[in-house]
Ligand binder design. Structure first.
Ligand code: ADP
Length: 506
């Protein structure tokens, strides 16, 4: 019997008799199976389903139970494709209450099922990925409640998933960090903006560890906001290392500052002390020189040779004192950048010859024969006094550290470069000291020789202020060779046109 309401109901519907044969099917039902109504009516319902536990067996179960729950059943559509339906069945009873037939409505759930399986698959994949990840992960839904944590997180907190989900995880956050943590977290949810925060989280052993938590909003396949996914790392060690580094840096900066202040104080002291010493020393030098001259002139030494000898010694001592104080003055000038050259055109050969003459006596007393090879004329633009000082320092050191041995002094020029070399055959210098000895107050192991360790420092500064270089080569026990190279005409590469008397003879 045709029932228009039944036929046009928007739900797939069919009825089977107690033998399992289809007695009625509406249009929607026929369409769901992809078959004509005439093709279906009279057929056993099970014949529409393929053999197997998800097909025919389930339909049999539905029919046998009469009041079966929903069953998901696979079948083959008229177009040949496998599809899935969910079936709900209930008995139609006669007036005697005995079942007469079975009503079944069914829904095509093929698409739903595919999506569900896909989602389950991707969730399973995500879980696998999350559990094997070396970081802690969490997922929260749209309501900001967490619904999943990976294995790492659970191992870290030592709590089961049931205790962590929802707001459970908050119990592990350090009370002092809780407010900031929740503010950041909830604000991010409201604005759906990624966040990054640090807080202390209780580890399974009860210790609070610093966690860097980074959360990103995530969206479903439909583009709808679905919640947040977060990753966390334990940054406690990093933070501690950073903190010690910060403290160390602070200490270092303080020490550098203190050292700077100490150096400045020492330089100031050096400057004041040497200036203070220099004035009475100059007066003393003058007085002594006068006295010495008078004593020698008056031939008094024959009368009182002892006194003359004493005065001679005092003159020598004051000369040495003068050199020391002058050195200190030079060092303080260098330290404060006040070292200035009095540049003028002068002849290095002249300067060298004058100096050699002045040190000949001292050399003889030291048992050093001075073997000099000095070109006749080496004009250039130099500070004459400082040139002399450079040479004096080198020759004095050669005498001091090589007494009883000859000293070779060679002074020559080639192009724009003048070269001074002083070679001795004394104690020599160990390899590790070769660079150091040019430093301020630096001395090699020559304690019993006396000295402040300033001569070479000042020499190098003077040479470099002239635009030149100084180098040393030496073997311990085999003497040392100091070579100074100076530009002759600092401003030009070639010699300027000099008056004829200034020119070096060819
Ligand atoms: P000082 O001679 O007053 O100690 P210098 O600055 O002139 O200071 O020299 C620094 C150090 O270099 C010396 O203490 C010495 O150890 C070493 N030195 C310098 N010249 C020579 C040399 N000709 N032979 C061996 N050692 C030398």
């Amino acid at each position: 019997m045709m029932n228009p309401l039944y036929e046009s109901a928007p739900v797939a519907h069919l009825e089977v008799d107690l033998d399992g044969l289809i007695c009625r099917v509406n249009d929607v039902g026929a369409a769901a199976f992809g078959r004509a109504t005439s093709h279906l009516v009279g057929k056993p319902l099970v014949s529409l389903f393929p053999d197997g536990p998800t097909g025919r067996a389930r339909v049999r179960h539905l029919l046998a139970g009469l009041e079966a729950d929903a069953e998901e059943v696979a079948f083959v559509h008229g177009d040949g494709a496998e599809r899935w339906v969910r079936m709900f069945g209930w008995p139609v009873r006669g007036s005697d209450g005995a079942p007469r037939a079975i009503q079944i409505i069914f829904l095509d759930i093929t698409e739903q099922r595919r999506l569900r399986l896909e989602l389950e698959g991707s969730e399973a994949r995500f879980r696998l990925l999350g559990d094997s990840a070396p970081i802690m992960l969490w997922i929260a839904g749209r309501d900001a409640r967490c619904w999943s944590f990976n294995q790492r997180w659970l191992e870290f907190t030592g709590r089961p998933m049931e205790m962590e989900v929802g707001d459970g995880w908050v119990e592990g956050v350090h009370p002092e960090d809780l407010q900031h943590c929740m503010d950041t977290y909830l604000t991010a949810f409201v604005h759906r903006r990624d966040f990054r925060m640090e807080y202390r989280l209780r580890r399974a052993d009860g210790q609070y560890r610093w966690i860097l938590d980074t959360g990103l909003p995530h969206y479903g396949l439909d583009g709808q906001f679905a919640g947040f996914i977060g990753s966390c790392i334990d940054i406690t060690d990093f933070k501690e290392a950073n903190e010690s580094l910060r403290i160390m840096k602070g200490q270092l900066e303080r020490r550098v500052k203190e050292a700077g202040v100490a150096i400045q104080a020492r330089d100031e002291f050096l400057s004041i002390a040497s200036h203070e010493l220099r004035t009475p020393l100059s007066a003393l030098v003058l007085q002594l020189a006068g006295l010495q001259k008078a004593l020698h002139a008056e031939q008094l030494q024959s009368l009182n040779g002892k006194l003359t000898g004493k005065v001679d010694k005092a003159v020598k001592a004051t000369a040495r004192l003068t050199t020391l104080v002058d050195n200190l003055l030079d060092v303080s000038r260098i330290a404060s950048g006040r070292l200035q050259l009095q540049l003028e055109t002068s002849d290095l050969a002249d300067v060298a010859r004058d100096l050699i003459e002045r040190v000949t006596d001292a050399a003889r007393r030291a048992g050093c024969e001075l073997r000099c090879r000095i070109e006749p004329r080496i004009p250039g633009v130099w500070d004459r006094v400082r040139l002399e000082q450079i040479l004096d320092n080198l020759i004095s050191n050669a005498m001091k550290y090589g007494p009883g041995h000859p000293i070779e002094v060679t002074i020559a020029a080639a192009g724009n470069t003048a070269t001074i070399s002083v070679r001795d055959h004394g104690i020599g210098i160990a390899k590790e000291d070769l660079e150091r000895i040019f430093g301020r107050f630096e001395r090699a192991s020559t304690r019993n020789y006396g000295g402040l360790g300033l001569g070479l420092y000042i020499t190098r500064q003077l040479v470099e202020t002239h635009g030149g270089t100084i180098q040393v080569t030496s073997e311990p026990g085999a003497g040392a060779l100091f070579v100074v190279q100076l530009p002759r005409w600092p401003e030009a590469r070639t010699a300027p046109e000099l008056p004829p008397e200034e020119r070096a003879p060819r």
